[in-house]
Design a protein around this ligand. Structure first.
Ligand code: NAD
Ligand code: ZN
Length: 376
């Protein structure tokens, strides 16, 4: 007899393959008009809960709810105050309580209409309400279109750091309509470009070059230039997520620039927007990679030049306490066994793996401190 059974211990193993649910991504100028038919096809539900921050609700919420109601769908709009400082447990709880008060069935679907803050928090509400209801991402910032709305990561921030409570919950549909960008201020466009630069930096030098050459057309919001920008980034991101949906390896690459950026965001009380912080973080991490002998010389300078093309910051703003930034990197989720691990690039367009195949590299605090010191 099995010795374990003899001691009266029963063991069970539940193993189920965990494929990611199919997520349909539609990128099309004016796509919001197709929302009802896309929902009927991919996310049919008796009731839709549209979640937006107050700013986006005022600008675009009525249009989206009208499109739904005019086509015979049942839709309610739920709002919350805008900004990263509201991506919190308190605001999330208020949201799920209001959803519960509407008593939707488990077959209702949630539509996250807005930037990355809305997508992350409303996505977390969809993942947690009634143990998970279907959801749809309708990104309205460039950052959310090229990055945050894709890949199924949802989260809220905790006092100890960004995105520390969250889970994977794939949207069934991501509807990307660049017409929403008409109301986005220019700094919002720049923030999104930081994540697009990240995609070029980790995987596609030709895409990065095209981005730089298209900068004037992008800032003019020419639909063709925006379409190339958005689809190029989504191609990089979906490729990586498809190969590693749960971030057990390659997906960590998408965190390039983010360990330092999260430190900057935390150390400044989120006064620096995410995209701008990512721009600074990429330069800092490329510099640290150069100091560690992982990244080729002049890579950080090359990134600085690209970021300058888009008016993105590439040095730390005055007054930022570098020690606090460094301390905050240690609270980051990517810290394992005491040493913080970084996703690094070998050169622009090329990821760096360790000799044993890992997608992240341990860097000492001293190396990161020296890189930050070069960014004053
Ligand atoms: N889940 C992911 O994979 C992922 C990836 C990247 C970033 N993120 C998260 O995304 C967040 C940053 O996203 P963000 O920069 O979109 O922030 P955001 O959602 O706060 O949007 C920025 C501001 O723009 C406003 N806004 C949104 N759309 C607008 C429009 N069309 N016109 C005018 N104003 C508009 C918002 O009200 C807000 O004030 C961060 O919390 C970051 O952690 C998540
Ligand atoms: Zn990011």
């Amino acid at each position: 007899m099995d010795p374990v059974l003899r001691r009266g211990v029963a063991r069970f193993t539940l193993s189920a393959a965990r494929p990611i649910e199919p997520c349909h991504i539609v990128v099309h100028h004016g796509a919001v008009r197709d929302l009802p038919s896309l929902l009927d096809r991919y996310v049919a539900a008796p009731r839709y809960l549209v979640v937006a921050d107050d700013t986006v609700a005022g600008l675009h919420g009525k249009q989206v709810v009208s499109v739904l109601r005019d086509s015979g769908h049942v839709a309610s709009l739920l709002t919350f105050p805008p900004g990263e400082t509201n991506k919190t447990a308190t605001v999330w709880l208020g949201l799920v309580e209001r959803i519960a008060a509407l008593a939707p069935g488990r077959d209702a679907a949630l539509l996250a209409l807005g930037g990355g803050v809305t997508g992350d928090m409303a996505g977390f509400a969809a993942a947690t309400y009634a143990r998970g209801i279907s959801f749809v991402q309708i990104p309205t910032t460039l950052l959310a279109m090229v990055d945050a709305a894709i890949g199924g990561k949802t989260a809220i921030d905790l006092a100890a750091g960004k995105n520390l409570a969250g889970c994977f919950h794939q949207p069934r549909l991501v509807l990307v309509d660049a017409a929403f960008l008409d109301s986005l201020p220019e700094h919002g466009l720049r923030d999104g470009l930081a994540e697009a630069v990240k995609h070029g930096a980790i995987a596609d030098a030709a895409y990065l070059q095209d981005l730089e050459e298209s900068a004037p057309a992008i800032f003019q919001r020419e639909p063709a230039a925006l379409h190339r920008l958005i689809t190029g980034s989504i191609a990089v991101k979906t490729g990586i997520v498809q190969r590693d949906p749960m971030e057990s390896g390659e997906r960590a690459l998408l965190n390039f620039g983010h360990t330092v950026s999260h430190g900057i965001e935390l150390a400044t009380g989120y006064a620096v927007p995410h995209g701008a912080a990512v721009a600074m973080g990429m330069v800092a991490e490329a510099t640290a990679g150069e100091l560690a002998g992982v990244t080729a010389a002049h890579t950080a300078d090359r990134l600085r030049q690209t970021l300058a093309t888009f008016g993105l910051p590439h040095s730390l703003p005055p007054g930022v306490d570098r020690d606090r930034v460094l301390a905050a990197t240690r609270a980051d989720k990517k810290a394992r066994r005491g040493r913080v691990r970084y996703a690094l690039i070998r050169a622009v367009g090329q990821a760096a793996r360790t000799d044993d195949g890992s997608w992240t590299h341990p860097l000492s605090d001293d190396t990161v401190a020296r890189a930050l010191a070069r960014m004053a």
